[in-house]
Design a protein around this ligand. Structure first.
Ligand code: NCD
Length: 360
């Protein structure tokens, strides 16, 4: 299924050269913001946020205003027609006639792709459930570029909720495209990185190790990416409480880390980083949130300039096959064409990447 517009659903839909162009532009905007104050004059950006957000929404809004454009949107579906039962398809279609670009955040994996299927303008995925978060990844790449001076040959530690953290999934996929990066995945057995992301790391030729102790590995990292335990994505409060507070980065642990290691976090921080770490020069998460605005300025400009059709669904429709991920958008918005890729006994849902074993 081909859309007339360019969308950003998954960073891996674009070549590395494109990501590097966005990062370079983000860097230039940071150095010379005055050069870009009229780059989007007369353009309107709509934020459709079906799930809470502070940084992503406001940095997008601030980005568009700093480019000379205007903003509309909702950040609480309860105050829009969504609360009356309007489908994602209809909301997207209508708002895309009011705006030149849509920014969509949704609690269900695959929702941004679903929105792009009907939108009459470019759609940017601002986080779809526990699945992907490409604009956070561009933020993280710009942060590494500015703070470490490189995106390759890094020993990267990712700690916390690696199963539900969409920022972690997108970041691992992206960093495995640069040569020489290695990944240290620090989590409990219940919160391990999904297999499909590990397969992408391996297929790229990068290495990963899985460990449960942050203490044992912190001394060897170039960057530590801390994440919160994602309470809202657990099936029950008991399961969340069993994982809560497993990893807390404190001064004692930081004393074992290298002088040039940086600590990143997509935010919000709940209690996984002790407050005194904020004053450690290696903690760059507040700067990271600011870099997010510059990179989103670069992204908005680029997406508004591009006018290339995008192939949104490339897979085939398996007869009688439905996605087994109960959270997948295709199980909530019934009209969506199901689409799967792969061959043999397993296929993957093209909206949420869930692996499905075919019964013969
Ligand atoms: C993250 C998100 O929403 O996925 N935050 C963000 O976008 N900056 C991480 C999180 O919610 O924990």
């Amino acid at each position: 299924m081909i859309s007339k517009y360019s969308h950003l659903i998954d960073l891996n839909d674009y070549p590395l050269s494109w990501w590097n162009k966005i990062i370079e532009l983000g860097h230039d905007i940071k150095i010379h913001p005055q050069r870009y104050t009229h780059a989007c004059d007369g353009k309107i950006m709509a934020t459709l946020f079906y799930e809470p957000s502070t940084r992503t929404q406001m940095s997008f809004q601030s980005a568009m205003i700093r480019l000379g454009g205007s903003i509309i949107g909702f950040d609480n579906p309860a105050t829009s027609s969504v609360s009356k039962g309007e489908s994602l398809k209809d909301t997207t279609k209508i708002v895309s006639n009011y705006a030149d670009i849509l920014i969509v955040r949704h609690p269900q994996p695959g929702a941004a792709k679903a929105a792009a299927l009907t939108a009459d303008c470019p759609v940017i995925n601002a986080g779809d459930g526990g699945h992907l978060h490409p604009t956070q990844t561009l933020t993280d790449l710009l942060t590494l570029h500015e703070e470490k001076g490189r995106l390759d040959n890094l020993n990267i530690g990712l700690c916390g909720d690696l199963v539900n953290g969409r920022t972690v999934h997108s970041l691992c996929k992206a960093l495995s495209s640069y040569s020489g990066n290695t990944f240290v995945l620090i989590s409990t057995p219940q919160l391990k990185l999904p297999s499909y992301v590990k397969d992408i790391i391996t297929a790229s030729g990068s290495n990963f190790t899985e460990v449960s102790s942050l203490d044992e590995v912190i001394n060897d990292l170039d960057m530590l990416y801390m994440t919160r335990i994602q309470r809202e994505r657990f099936a029950s409060e008991e399961e969340y409480l069993a994982q809560k507070d497993t990893y807390v980065l404190d001064a004692k642990k930081m004393s074992r880390a290298r002088k040039d290691m940086i600590v990143m976090h997509p935010m919000p921080i709940v209690d996984e980083i002790a407050v005194d770490i904020d004053n450690d020069s290696r903690a760059v998460y507040f700067k990271q949130a600011k870099y997010g605005m510059y990179v989103r300025m670069a992204l908005i400009m680029t997406m508004l300039e591009r006018d290339k059709p995008t192939q949104l669904l490339k897979g085939t429709t398996e007869h009688n096959c439905v996605c087994t991920n109960p959270n997948c958008i295709t199980n909530a918005e019934y009209y969506l064409p199901k689409s799967f890729y792969g061959s043999g006994d397993t296929v993957e849902c093209e909206y949420c990447d869930e692996r499905i074993l075919l019964e013969h």
